[in-house]
Design a protein around this ligand. Structure first.
Ligand SMILES: Nc1ncnc2c1ncn2[C@@H]1O[C@H](COP(=O)(O)OP(=O)(O)OP(=O)(O)O)[C@@H](O)[C@H]1O
Length: 256
């Protein structure tokens, strides 16, 4: 088992806020998993908890069958790459230097890259089709290019798990599909378990192998088909503006 939680409760201390509880998730193999839920339901909190960035309130998280809290930061970084889209990028860095940061868990104590590290960096840039832009400053990238560079850094980190918080925010419809397609191909062709928080529920239902749905502090982890047939998607949002169309398997706007 790559990543597993048992009766996990996530949230914050001081003041104590429980965001979701009773979370039982298991990520066994490579695949694409979306974390969905309404604004403020706890998607980011769950992603940060699963990656060890914030401590759980209760329950267990196991990474390769070993409690996450027994791993050092460096050991976690060799298993999980975390892409936080809301974070600020060092604007002065060139694309290639930013992607090289993904090799930090493997470089020696003065941060020198070996030949193998350089290979990983170049391969990652080529995989997201940003090799030609490798010498550009990060400050000169469009939002879509920036997302690809963030993903390239995670690919260069070469971990079995990649966790991302809203990798498609600020992107147009085409670039949202492009980024999700890229994540799908990484998971399928490179044996990665990719877990990402998203508001793109329609795309996630079409593309993902599994979905983690957060609703009213409860979490369900299942296949898109099982979720669709369970009827829970009808209850996700108030029905006055959008409705889940079970036949089309997507959310649609109500006719005026
Ligand atoms: N550092 C924090 N301390 C206390 N509460 C927090 C903190 N960060 C978030 N919260 C609260 O936790 C809850 C879940 O927030 P979170 O950001 O995880 O939701 P989300 O589903 O990712 O939201 P969105 O879709 O709007 O990005 C919210 O009620 C939020 O106010």
């Amino acid at each position: 088992m790559r990543l597993e939680t048992k009766q996990l409760s996530v949230g914050y201390n001081k003041p104590k806020v429980e965001v979701a509880s009773g979370i039982n998730i298991s990520i066994k193999n490579a695949g694409l998993t979306a974390v969905i839920g309404v604004n403020g339901s706890g998607k980011s909190t769950l992603i940060k908890s699963l990656s060890g960035l914030i401590n759980p309130l209760q329950g267990d998280i196991k990474l390769y069958n070993r409690p996450l809290n027994t791993y050092t930061v460096k050991e976690i970084a060799q298993k999980i790459s975390l892409v936080l889209t809301k974070q600020r990028l060092p604007q002065h860095l060139k694309v290639i230097d930013f992607v090289a940061l993904g090799r930090q868990p493997y470089t020696n104590w003065i941060g020198i890259h070996e030949y193998q590290d350089k290979n990983h960096i170049i391969k990652a840039l080529k995989q997201v089709k940003m090799y030609e832009a490798k010498d550009k400053a990060c400050s000169r990238l469009s939002d879509g290019q920036l997302q690809k560079v963030l993903i390239a850094r995670a690919i260069a980190q070469n971990t079995p798990l990649i966790l991302l918080d809203e990798p498609t925010s600020h992107l147009d419809m085409y670039h949202k599909a492009m980024v999700l397609n890229l994540l799908k191909s990484i998971s399928t062709n490179h044996d990665k378990s990719v877990i990402f928080a998203t508001h793109e529920i329609n795309l996630a239902l079409q593309l993902c192998d599994s979905i983690i749905l957060i609703k009213d502090k409860q979490v369900i982890h299942d296949t898109p088909q099982n979720l669709i047939h369970s009827g829970i998607l009808h209850e996700l949002f108030p029905q006055d503006l959008i409705k889940f169309d079970e036949k089309a398997q997507l959310f649609k706007m109500n006719r005026i």
